[in-house]
Design a protein around this ligand. Structure first.
Ligand SMILES: [Zn+2]
Length: 224
């Protein structure tokens, strides 16, 4: 920057502090044990890490200071933010992706999230999953993850009862997904990501039926 901007000489300010995380990204490890995950995150050649790892017994391992940049999000996008690693805390939960999370894990997770939310004033909507920021590339924390329970406790946004909902005829589903935060470049992947999270179903189907649209409609209304 110094070379390209010709201003006066460097004058250091004294008014600064460290930047704070503003997002929390939740993952499942897709590995078979906590030991394996801890080894992966401490091996230089893996080039991956996370701030926290939560084992099946509920033990939370803190692996990196919250102010530092872990390598957990990878190529990702949320809204116009394309460097999620720089603004987020990554939490990995020991789970292979195809099994329920343990009560101990979820209890520990909720306690940790409450601490982080308070410490860094993280907005409720900014507690999201890895798949949300990388549709088509990632599926974690996958269908077993209880997003509704998290939202009920103040972490993430959930849809509301659709019983009396009438979706307008000109409702644009993809634009609604974009407003929620999704990168809609791959429309099939983003619809599958939406169903995996908000309906807990894995599908090859890339269409939204009337029921799906009602769910999305009530969800996006909270972001307008
Ligand atoms: Zn992940």
């Amino acid at each position: 920057m110094k070379d390209s901007i010709s201003t006066g000489k460097w004058i250091g300010t004294t008014n600064f502090n460290l930047r704070k995380p503003n997002f929390v990204i939740i993952h499942h490890t897709a590995q078979n044990s906590c030991e394996q995950t801890l080894k992966t995150f401490t091996t230089a050649k893996s080039q991956v890490s996370a701030h926290y790892v939560i084992c099946k017994d509920g033990i939370i391992h803190h692996m990196l200071n919250d102010y530092l940049r872990a390598w957990q999000a990878g190529i990702s996008k949320w809204g116009n933010n394309t460097d999620i690693n720089s603004s987020s805390i990554g939490i990995e939960i020991d789970n292979n992706g195809f099994e329920p999370f343990t009560d101990q894990q979820l209890n520990s997770l909720l306690t940790l999230l409450a601490t982080l939310k308070k410490a860094y004033s993280i907005p409720t909507a900014n507690f999201i999953g890895h798949q949300d920021i990388a549709p088509g590339r990632k599926v974690d924390p996958n269908v077993h993850f209880p997003w509704q329970k998290l939202a009920d406790t103040g972490f993430g946004i959930w849809w509301t009862d659709t019983t009396n909902v009438a979706v307008p005829v000109d409702f644009n589903s993809l634009q609604a997904l974009r407003i929620v935060g999704y990168d809609i470049k791959d429309s099939i992947a983003v619809i599958q990501t939406f169903k995996r999270k908000y309906e807990q179903i894995e599908t090859k189907d890339a269409m939204l039926n009337d029921g799906d649209k009602k769910i999305l409609y009530t969800l996006y209304k909270k972001f307008e």
